[in-house]
Design a protein around this ligand. Sequence first.
Ligand SMILES: C[S@@+](CC[C@H](N)C(=O)[O-])C[C@H]1O[C@@H](n2cnc3c(N)ncnc32)[C@H](O)[C@@H]1O
Length: 260
Amino acid sequence: MITITSSLPENPITYASIDFTETDEPRSTDFDDVYFSDCGGMDETEHVFINGCDLKKRLPASAGSLSGNGTGPREYLIGETGFGTGLNLLTLMRFYRLLEEEAETLPDITFLTVEKYPLSPDDMARAHRHFPQLEKESKELLQALFSRPLHTGLNRVVINSHFTLVLMIGDISDCYSRISVNQPVNSWFLDGFNPKSNSDMWSLQSMKLLVNLSTAGTNIATFTVCREVRDNLREAGFTLVKRRGFGRKREMLTGFLASE
Ligand SMILES: C[S@@+](CC[C@H](N)C(=O)[O-])C[C@H]1O[C@@H](n2cnc3c(N)ncnc32)[C@H](O)[C@@H]1O
């Protein structure tokens, strides 16, 4: 079982205040940026993060690698920077549900993520209404996540028999420097706001924290190919590969940690 512990204090939280645009899309007033793409947030998540991290291959392969030896399916740890509306998690849950129909075995998923400005239950539900295909997943997440008060530091939320969410509330530099995990992160979804307005999410210091929680073979995906992000990821130790981007973006970035 994946065990994650944190030495951060557990204090009451206040929810972020966010705006909704004319088309009812959530927008951060602090960062003057949108939470998801206006040309198909769920499709972007699938393209950038799920395909970018090769999960269609990696999930069945990681379960298959241990099947038959009596230990059961291995657990797969996905890390994220920036939980926001939870859209990446919902899209992943739907992807998993569809993949279950064709894959023999799949590992259970722990989704480790961080959020400095958590959305209120009402704002999160309102953001989810853009995605009727994710209604089932949204219901499950909202029910599990807000069944008791959230606090700063580590919030462990069992969503269903295959998904556990570990939501760290606080700044990335505190949260990811003050946790211990008994298994390295297998794949990272790097999803801060625009690096120009949200540089601490993409700093070298933050990228090094991700490396500390990773191992050889850990892979990453992100929507941005911004020069500073590439430099920081490389300096932290990732080998990078550009791929075709989503929508109006020509390119996106994937990468992995090579063995030393
Ligand atoms: C692009 S949004 C994430 C979108 C999200 N993955 C989704 O599915 O809706 C980036 C998120 O990072 C959070 N964030 C920004 N700076 C942060 C920091 N220093 N530490 C932790 N979270 C941060 C923002 O509040 C925001 O929710």
